[in-house]
Design a protein around this ligand. Structure first.
Ligand code: BGC
Length: 361
């Protein structure tokens, strides 16, 4: 089984690295909401269990603390858990340092410590079956966040009736929204070199993560669905990282110069790096190049308002962290959960960037 997963992971990686020849045949894009402010959150239904929750121990595993988006996520998660009645002293958050062996060790330690519930952002989603087996054997309920395990793994939770769920958004929707932000500009505005196609470069997150695979695939598919011809100049892996994003975009601009019309980044950290490279190359977003990311980091929303980044997609860390905490409470109170808890992305352009910023507080 392990061998099969390793082969599957390396196959996915190879498909992703092919990049410019992305296969857009698999799966349908999720519904594409128009720009709007995020929906108000449901209050947690835990008020009556406050006393019980204060003695419950929560173990949280984050794949890597230095990730900008996961920093927002874990901060909101901790604050919200405390607001539900958990004691700060009973919430332990571990940094997996982007190493699965380190994280597996941390999970083992949480089990030995007798935590009451685990919330896990896996380093490798392909390790989920091993993680689930460890945690279920210890009779601890488990909430996965952010990095979705594959369909076979989720089917097991259902068929075995285990207290295991996943909280996250459908990454196909975010990719589709990125593509739509560009397509909505119209070919005349995009086609600076006049070759009749959208010439783009793609900067991917960690290819083991389904968010990277789907955002890459569906951003391009949305352009094609809008009737635009596309031309991929370069498709590189930046591992969600700002510095890597900057270097990759600097290289691509050096190689393809004014032919680069659009820079797609699978997340905002890499878009911030891309913006630096674009500025260093003497190019101007909105005038001779376009740039889109995903997450709606505060800095990026400000750039979208200023026109220095074309758009982004709000990856609602507030809704996701609250749903994850609520799911943990539902396991602890015996209410239980569905095995998949979803959340919508929101397209962010100049039109609604201010309202998204306001909602981030
Ligand atoms: C976010 C990225 C983040 C990644 C971590 C994605 O959903 O958009 O910014 O690096 O999750 O797994």
């Amino acid at each position: 089984m392990k061998k099969f997963l390793a082969i599957l992971a390396s196959t996915l990686m190879a498909v992703s690295l092919i990049g410019c020849g992305t296969d857009t045949s698999a799966g349908e894009p999720a519904a594409t909401a128009e720009p709007e402010a995020p929906a108000a959150q449901e209050p947690a239904a835990a008020a009556s269990t406050d006393n019980d929750l204060s003695s419950k121990k929560v173990g949280v595993c984050i794949y890597q603390f230095s990730d900008n988006f996961m920093t927002l996520f874990r901060t909101e998660l901790e604050n919200y858990l405390i607001s539900l009645g958990f004691s700060k002293d009973n919430i332990t958050i571990a940094d997996g340092a982007n190493d699965q062996a380190t994280q597996t060790n941390q999970i083992q330690n949480f089990i030995t410590d007798g935590v009451d519930v685990l919330i896990i952002n896996p380093v490798n989603s392909s390790s989920a079956s091993t993680i689930t087996d460890m945690v279920v054997d210890a009779k601890i309920p488990l909430v996965y966040i952010n990095r979705e395990p594959d369909a076979d793994e989720e089917a097991r939770w259902q068929s075995e009736n285990w207290d295991v769920t996943y909280v996250g958004c459908d990454a196909r929707q975010s990719g589709t929204m990125q593509g739509q932000i560009i397509a909505d500009l119209g070919l005349d505005a995009i086609d600076f070199n006049g070759n009749g196609a959208v010439d783009y470069i793609m900067i991917e997150g960690d290819p083991e993560n389904v968010d990277a695979q789907y955002r890459t695939e569906f951003s391009v598919k949305a352009l094609e669905d809008a009737g635009l011809k596309v031309n991929c100049l370069s498709d590189q892996v930046g591992n969600w990282d700002q510095t890597q994003g900057q270097q990759l975009v600097a290289n691509a601009l050096g190689q393809y110069a004014n032919d680069v019309e659009v820079v797609f980044c699978n997340n905002d950290a890499m878009a911030l790096g891309a913006l630096q490279a674009i500025n260093d190359a003497g190019r101007t977003v909105g005038k001779d190049i376009y740039l889109v990311g995903v997450d709606a980091l505060t800095e990026v929303c400000e750039d979208v308002l200023a026109g220095t980044i074309t758009g982004t997609v709000f990856n609602d860390h507030i809704a996701q962290s609250h749903s994850a905490a609520d799911a943990a409470v539902n396991y602890l109170t015996g209410a239980g959960n569905d095995h998949y808890i979803g959340c919508d992305y929101v397209k962010v352009t100049k039109d609604n960037a201010q309202s998204i910023l306001d909602s981030l507080g």
